[in-house]
Design a protein around this ligand. Structure first.
Ligand SMILES: CCCCCCCC(=O)SCCNC(=O)CCNC(=O)[C@H](O)C(C)(C)COP(=O)(O)OP(=O)(O)OC[C@H]1O[C@@H](n2cnc3c(N)ncnc32)[C@H](O)[C@@H]1OP(=O)(O)O
Length: 219
């Protein structure tokens, strides 16, 4: 198991009467091969680049050089753009964070209707200040994995209505942390989700969130 539980039916067929036009797709088209066998390495190199950018103080000459090279890379990627439903970034369940470059890298260790357990590691580019993680990045990790717990519980898509993060102690960078989320209570379409983030036995943060299961065709 890496970016999502493997034994879950991620691609439930849309109901016959599901209006897809403009709506969130009921079919979450997961994959393990989109983007090729080295897609994970590709994403990892970008993360490493962002780590360097966060701490580098380039000379003007080096900045000029890197800008020119980045323009060339961006032009190459411009020839390969696809829509969000077909990009590997977010749908490659064999990769950390489903290959989603915008998420802190996590690996799912257990996941199902009862909740999700993951190991997450904030990178150097997730720096907030004084060597520890930015609180917004902690919230991103909780949002995605809270949303996953909700989705696995309802076998469909859920959106965040509110998300409260209590920051209980500092969250370190470059350290494997344990993140757990679970649906504590369900009331119709409303999923009350809780979560915790630990370094060892120490609680770094906890989550109190509401996710709403989307109706067919809802955006
Ligand atoms: C596996 C990958 C997981 C990825 C997870 C990522 C999740 C995300 O980040 S989603 C992005 C952030 N969220 C958003 O942009 C959502 C924006 N908001 C919306 O779209 C809508 O307000 C939405 C969908 C949440 C709810 O709208 P709608 O479906 O019309 O439901 P609505 O009738 O207003 O509310 C349903 C119930 O929830 C309650 N509710 C809705 N919002 C809130 C809220 N903020 N606080 C408390 N209760 C609320 C309502 O009072 C209602 O309760 P009841 O049924 O008891 O009367």
């Amino acid at each position: 198991m890496t970016g999502a539980p493997r034994d879950t039916k991620w691609n439930p067929p849309a109901p016959e009467d599901s209006p897809q036009g403009g709506g969130f797709r009921a079919e979450f088209d997961v994959t393990t091969d989109r983007g090729g066998p080295r897609y994970g390495e590709f994403v990892e190199q970008v993360r490493t680049f962002m780590d360097k950018v966060r701490y580098a103080c380039p000379t003007p000459e080096l900045a000029d050089e890197v800008i020119e090279e980045l323009k060339q890379f961006n032009a190459k990627l411009d020839t390969m753009l696809v829509d969000e439903w077909h990009t590997p970034s977010g749908t490659r369940i064999d990769l950390p964070s489903r290959g989603n470059i915008t998420l802190p890298p996590y690996e799912i260790t257990d996941g199902g209707e009862d909740g999700v357990s993951a190991t997450v590691e904030f990178r150097r580019f997730h720096l907030g200040g004084n060597g520890v993680a930015h609180g917004g990045h902690v919230a991103v990790a909780f949002d995605d994995l809270g949303g996953m717990a909700a989705a696995l519980n309802v076998h469909g898509v859920a959106r965040t209505a509110y998300l409260t993060v209590n920051y209980r102690s500092l969250t370190p960078l470059e350290t494997p942390l344990t993140l757990k989320t679970w649906v504590e209570r369900r009331d119709g379409r409303k999923l009350f989700v809780k979560g915790t983030l630990h370094e060892g036995d120490r609680l770094c943060a906890d989550l109190d969130a509401l996710f709403i299961a989307l109706r067919p065709g809802q955006a």
